[in-house]
Design a binder for this molecule. Structure first.
Ligand code: MLT
Length: 357
């Protein structure tokens, strides 16, 4: 069965655990190399997504409240980043920005909603790496990431961590691998739906160790973390923006970070490479999107506000405390964002398609 078909059979909504087969990549080394390239992507070149400027009226923009749509639950990592930058962006734009969570299907429900919204700059999508994997994961996607949106700019780069419930037996990544291999029928991992970073990372993990585990889907890793803390699920792969404080407080076990280097704020947590699973490397990037017919002047206003918000001391300090960082100014542009999106779509497509059994 092809990976994207098994993915489509899953759910982005919370529900009973589903078993999704591990990715079956060709060369683990090749995949690691590709993922490392993904973690360090960037540059500029391509223009924003295609589309005419027939959307809303740019003059006087914005003259009312703006809504930022988060494709996962409140309290999770995407929500955290969105709320953090919404305030300073609103200050720059002179209007309040409200944050709305539109959960479902690994972020694709929200993306479909924004793709169909009016291109007037009042409905803005925050999304992450899932925007680039969705076209390969879903047969019936209701939107085209490159055609149906204009990009505003990249926002953050966030490492992921592999963590376990405090009473889960394994204490190290090596022990985790041995334990889940031995107990594959009973171990459960939490994730935020097909297309979520948590699911992608967990699948990389399963592929690396050649074991198929049972996933418990949630509408975001905010609620998934609650269940991990309560011991209802055994382990999870999630962004440091949702795991740092629990790791520091000793409320969860930290097995590894999924980046080439250790994360400064979590100095005692080894990298997956140090801990023996160099294939499991993935970095999460976030960006802002508007419908494709949004006028360029509105895109520019949002990009300018984003750039300024990313220099806000509270944004920088809060992200640093969560193991993340704002992108550099040259990455907070439609050109850099579109390039990253294109590169990542191309990166993930063959990896996902190669998983065909
Ligand atoms: C993910 O796994 O993609 C995210 O953690 C989802 C979220 O923001 O809740």
């Amino acid at each position: 069965m092809r990976l994207h078909q098994s993915f489509a059979a899953g759910s982005g909504a919370m529900g009973p655990p589903t078993r999704v087969g591990p990715l079956r990549f060709g060369s683990a080394l090749a995949v690691a190399t590709l993922l490392l390239a993904a973690c360090t992507g960037g540059g500029s070149g391509a223009s924003g997504a295609a589309g005419t400027d027939s959307g809303g009226d740019a003059e006087g923009y914005p003259d009312r409240e703006i809504t930022f749509i988060v494709p996962f639950s409140a309290g999770g990592p995407t929500d955290t980043v969105t709320r953090l930058i919404a305030e300073p962006m609103g200050e720059v734009l002179g209007q309040q920005i409200v944050v709305q969570n539109v959960e479902g299907a690994g972020g694709t429900v929200a993306a479909g909603q924004v793709a169909g919204a009016e291109g007037d700059g009042y409905t803005v999508l925050m999304h992450h790496i899932g925007m680039s994997t969705a076209p390969s994961l879903y047969d019936d996607l209701a939107f085209d990431p490159l055609e149906d949106f204009k990009t505003i700019g990249l926002v953050t780069e966030v490492p992921m961590t592999i963590i376990g419930a405090s009473d889960f037996e394994p204490n190290t990544l090596e022990e985790l691998v041995a334990y889940v291999t031995e107990n594959a029928d009973t171990v459960t991992y939490a994730h935020a739906g097909i297309g979520a970073a948590s699911q992608l990372c967990a699948l990389l993990f399963q592929d690396a160790i050649g074991v198929e585990l049972t996933g418990a889907p949630y509408e975001g890793t905010g609620p998934a973390m609650d269940d991990l803390l309560g011991g209802q699920v055994d382990f999870m792969c999630d962004q440091t923006t949702n795991t740092t404080s629990q790791i520091q407080a000793g409320e969860v076990k930290a097995y590894a970070v999924t980046t080439p280097e250790r994360v400064e704020i979590l100095p005692d947590v080894p990298t997956t490479e140090e801990a023996g699973l160099p294939e499991v490397q993935v970095g999460v990037w976030h960006g802002l999107y508007v419908p494709a017919d949004t006028p360029d002047e509105i895109v520019q206003a949002l990009t300018d506000a984003l750039k300024e918000a990313l220099t806000d001391a509270n944004v920088i300090e809060t992200l640093a405390g969560l193991g993340a960082a704002p992108v550099s100014e040259d990455q907070a542009t439609p050109e850099a964002h579109t390039q990253r999106l294109q590169e990542q779509i191309e990166l993930w497509r063959p990896i996902i398609e190669a998983s065909a059994g």
